[in-house]
Design a protein around this ligand. Structure first.
Ligand SMILES: [Zn+2]
Length: 231
């Protein structure tokens, strides 16, 4: 996907117009500019690999050649060396999908299998896991169960600043990455954490009342279709 993005940015106006014409024929989509193309391509996920391959060939990208020539990934030997030198090496899923779009079984597989691969690679019992994007919208209870039944997962990393989480979730923060010149971002992260906590306390009672009201409505007016629960 990144290669497609890079390559699309190299196209001149005529080439881009030609490219989007082909996309329209193949996917029936109207793309006018690079921003729209980025938005479209970023929606593909790992299960649509064949379609990403199609876009790659339209852009003349030879993925195998790129991997051979650029060697963008570290080798097993290099990763093992890092671990032996004292660095903590963790897992980051099998396919870097948005976990909020996966089923519970898929979430567990992504965490556990990627941790097993890295643990085996660096010859340790367990490794930490960092969520791709974030763990927002994932059930903490489900994550707790995954953590408890899989010894190869040492702990989980999320990226919600200083917001409180269960003890098995550690927040990763980019400390001292100033968003404004000569100003640390720590105060901003703290502010965000307090703000979210305050919002939770204000919003929760309202959501509770709303949910209660909705469930009463459902009881009084039965749905014509059977009520479906999500996975
Ligand atoms: Zn990532």
């Amino acid at each position: 996907m990144s290669l497609c993005i890079d390559e699309s940015l190299k196209l001149n106006t005529t080439q881009f117009a030609e490219f989007t014409k082909t996309l329209k024929l193949r996917w029936q989509i109207e793309i006018q500019n690079t921003i729209q193309f980025l938005k479209w391509i970023k929606k593909f996920n790992r299960l649509q690999e064949n379609e990403i391959d199609e876009v790659m060939s339209l852009l003349g990208i030879d993925c195998r050649k790129f991997l051979e020539e650029q060697t963008p990934y570290m080798t097993t030997k290099e990763i093992k060396q890092l671990a032996d030198d004292g660095f903590v090496v963790g897992a980051h899923s099998l396919g870097h999908d948005r976990f909020s779009l996966l089923s519970k079984t898929e979430v567990e597989r992504e965490i556990v299998e990627s941790c097993s691969i890295i643990a085996k690679m660096i010859e340790v019992e367990s490794v930490p896991f960092a969520f791709p994007f974030s763990a927002n919208e994932l059930s903490r209870q489900h994550l707790k169960e995954i953590y408890q039944r899989n010894p190869q997962v040492s702990f989980l990393f999320d990226r919600n600043g200083f917001q409180p989480e269960p003890e098995f979730i550690v927040q990763r923060i980019i400390a001292d990455a100033p968003t404004q010149e000569k100003q640390s971002n720590i105060s901003q992260l703290l502010f965000q954490a307090y703000k979210t906590e305050a919002r939770k306390k204000i919003v929760s009672p309202f959501q509770f009342k709303k949910a209660k009201k909705e469930s009463t409505c459902k009881k009084e007016q039965p749905l014509s279709q059977p009520f479906q629960t999500s996975k």
